[in-house]
Design a protein around this ligand. Structure first.
Ligand code: BTN
Length: 236
């Protein structure tokens, strides 16, 4: 892919900037990178702490996908980035649907946003945040502290873009099935926990569907439950 990179010292959110650029006819494979964000956005309406030293990047894509397949973009991106980072000596695992973890701590996350027209994805903005040398919140980890072959933010950017490209190419050429089998193997933990009326339920992730839904087998239940990414969290 021929990525066109646009860099900013500071911006509200690289995802928001990507949408503004799309409105001004930016093309697919445009990449927006900022050193800091003042209104970084995370999943489920959370904000994303965006201090100097972190990687804040958005990639504009125009995948040929139906609206119902939007979660595939997050799945292939997470898979591709984790694989590419692991080539540098890191040990990145995944947390369904959009988290990158090392040692069960959050290394980064992906926020995919889409514009739909006639039930098809017209544009996708894939926002990627990765802790590099920034201060991280409790429960998170920064890649720059760990022994890898990466020695600069620019090298990190190169590897992450390679991961995005690998993910898209793999899903285009080989389909989601093979990729999902590997995604499942790269999960940090297949156990899930949920508390209902004060009672803790334990379950096992047994599958992830190409639409991104999680299939969980709860202990003591004969039928499997299916969850949407927007409404269920695996609880670790
Ligand atoms: C998550 O909640 O795990 C997803 C975090 C995504 C953060 C990135 S940083 C670059 C891009 N711009 C944003 O405002 N958010 C994403």
């Amino acid at each position: 892919m021929n990525f066109q990179i646009i860099r900013y010292e500071e911006i509200d959110s690289t995802n928001s900037e990507a949408w503004r650029l799309i409105d001004r006819h930016a093309s697919a494979n445009t990449v927006i990178i900022a050193k800091r964000q003042t209104k970084g956005r995370g999943q489920r309406g959370n904000s994303w702490q965006s201090d100097l030293g972190g990687l804040f990047m958005s990639v504009i894509l125009q995948p040929n996908l139906a609206a119902s397949q939007a979660n595939q973009i997050t799945l292939w991106t997470a898979w591709g980035i984790a694989k590419a980072l692991n080539e540098t000596g890191a040990n990145v695992k995944l947390k369904w649907l959009n988290d990158l973890l090392i040692d069960r701590r959050k290394l980064g996350g992906i926020l995919t946003e889409t514009r739909i027209e006639a039930d098809k994805i017209r544009y996708a903005v894939v926002g990627i945040g990765i802790n590099w040398t920034n201060e991280v919140p409790d429960g998170a980890i920064a890649l720059g502290e760990l022994p890898t072959t990466l020695s600069s933010m620019d090298e990190l950017i190169e590897v992450v873009l390679l991961g995005v490209e690998m993910g898209q190419t793999q899903s285009d050429r080989k389909g989601m099935t093979s990729l999902l089998a590997e995604y499942l193997e790269m999960l940090s933990d297949k156990n899930v926990r949920k508390t209902i009326n004060g009672r803790e339920l334990q379950g096992q992730i047994i599958d992830i569907r190409p639409t991104g839904e999680l299939v969980v087998r709860w202990e003591g239940n004969s039928s499997d439950a299916i969850y949407q990414p927007q409404t269920f969290s695996v609880g670790y």
